[in-house]
Write a protein of this length. Structure first.
Length: 449
């Protein structure tokens, strides 16, 4: 679909320099619009048919040919074909122009046939209120957000109605049917040139207004789709919470702004990864990392955590920093429990495949942190700063010294308990442990031996 769309619009300067993914999104929007146009048109045709079926027939019953049902039947067939092409994504620019011309011609042709249907002079159809449906079909083209199709519909309608007015005048008796008496015009089959001119001018004016609005809206559409696509891509490189803060910020994000919050910091790491990277093929190593992250990241996010950064095989996550939470410590410890459970299941799979097991280390610390944007105008990132960040990183390394897989500070454990955390089994406490890089001894809780 996008290749055909790009081919049809390759000369359109509005789309030059726009990434393929944005063009794909615009194409999808326009394809959906064409389906909507088809269904609205179908509703109008069926409504016409219903009105004709239930309305009293004032023409002679001896009439052998009724043109209105024929026009409605042809219009229904054309609309069905149009819907089929729309759902097959085959509505190219030439077909769209042709469709607009056919639709407007059938509508005006049906109006023209009223004088035959009701056996009146041609000037009879000039007073038909069905002309108002012309504006519906002009407005329908606005759903695609392309002014050229609106203009086409309006111009075809204006030319068509002008031709019908001229035909009605000439076929009804020439200038003899023309009047300047407005009351006589309304109560007879006469023609008021000013009235028909007003209709043509109104059609062209409405077309111009809608086309102008659509031209402006089209620019906004491209911008909105581009920003929406950028936000989607942004979410792949940032956590959803960070991406949401960037894209929904009331003011432009600038470096040097921060907020103090109570949060928990989780560090996860693969034991012996440096040694493993020296003996494993690069492709296999990257695949291993991808599988590791695909298992751990959803667990962290499922408990309300935000991925702050990937550091090789290390993952740093925050709870309550990007988005404040009353259960930040409890959520972090629940995430550790599930990570350890997932790690055990993964190792069982590796063992079944005759592959060496991978041991994960994890640590949690909590406390007051600063969450904000750092960097300069060329590159910025959100980060967390505080003792809890440094302590969690050092505790994760300390798990090796303790011979355990996961631990946390006693302060984080007590906070989690107050927030409703109930561990599935008793956790062992080790008081006043000396942690490398930390000046004061730390009371720790063993989360996973």
């Amino acid at each position: 679909m996008i290749s055909r769309w790009r081919e049809h619009n390759k000369k359109d300067t509005r789309y030059q320099g726009i990434p393929h993914r944005v063009l794909n999104a615009i194409s999808a929007q326009q394809a959906a619009s064409e389906k909507l146009v088809g269904w609205v048109q179908m509703a109008v045709v069926l409504f016409f048919g219903l009105l004709y079926a239930v309305s009293p027939k004032t023409f002679s019953r001896d009439m052998t040919f009724e043109p209105v049902p024929w026009f409605l039947g042809i219009w229904l067939v054309v609309t069905i074909i149009r819907l089929y092409l729309a759902y097959r994504n085959r509505m190219s620019a030439p077909l769209l122009y042709l469709s607009i011309i056919i639709d407007m011609s059938l509508l005006l042709g049906m109006i023209w046939s009223f004088h035959l249907q009701y056996q009146q002079p041609p000037s009879f159809y000039l007073k038909s209120p069905t002309l108002l449906y012309v504006f519906i079909f002009i407005a329908l083209r606005a759903l695609r957000f392309e002014a050229r199709y609106v203009i086409t519909a309006g111009v075809v309608a204006a030319i068509g109605w002008a031709a019908m007015a001229v035909y009605a005048t000439l076929a009804s008796g020439g200038m003899d049917v023309v009047t300047r008496d407005y009351v006589y015009y309304l109560t007879s089959n006469s023609v008021l040139k000013g009235a028909e001119l007003d209709k043509v001018i109104t059609i062209l004016t409405v077309t111009a207004i809608i086309a102008t609005a659509i031209t402006r809206a089209h620019k906004l559409l491209i911008k909105a789709v581009a920003e929406g696509t950028a936000a989607h891509d942004l979410a792949r490189f940032f956590s959803p919470e960070i991406a949401r803060q960037i894209t929904t910020a009331e003011q432009e994000v600038t470096a040097g702004t921060g907020q103090a919050r109570d949060a928990a910091i989780l560090m996860v790491d693969i034991r012996g990864f440096t040694r493993l990277s020296a003996i494993v093929e690069p492709d296999d190593l990257v695949c291993l990392l991808a599988e590791y992250q695909s298992r751990i990241v959803p667990i962290i996010q499922g408990h309300g955590g935000t991925i702050d950064k990937f550091m090789g095989d290390g993952i740093m996550a925050t709870f309550g920093a990007a988005v404040t939470s009353p259960t930040y410590a409890a959520d972090a410890l629940k995430a550790v429990d599930d990570i350890m459970e997932s790690s055990a299941a993964w190792n069982a799979e590796l063992q079944h495949a005759n592959k060496p097991p991978l041991i994960l280390g994890a640590a949690v610390a909590s406390g007051r942190i600063i969450f904000g944007a750092v960097g300069d105008e060329s590159r910025m990132e959100y980060t967390v700063i505080g003792d809890a960040v440094n302590l969690s990183a050092k505790l994760e390394k300390h798990t090796k010294s303790e011979g355990v897989r996961a631990l946390c500070t006693k302060a984080a454990f007590d906070t989690a308990a107050r927030q409703g955390f109930r561990p599935p089994q008793d956790r062992r406490q080790r008081k006043a442990r000396t942690v490398e890089g930390v000046s004061d001894p730390v009371d720790i809780i063993i989360l996973a031996p």
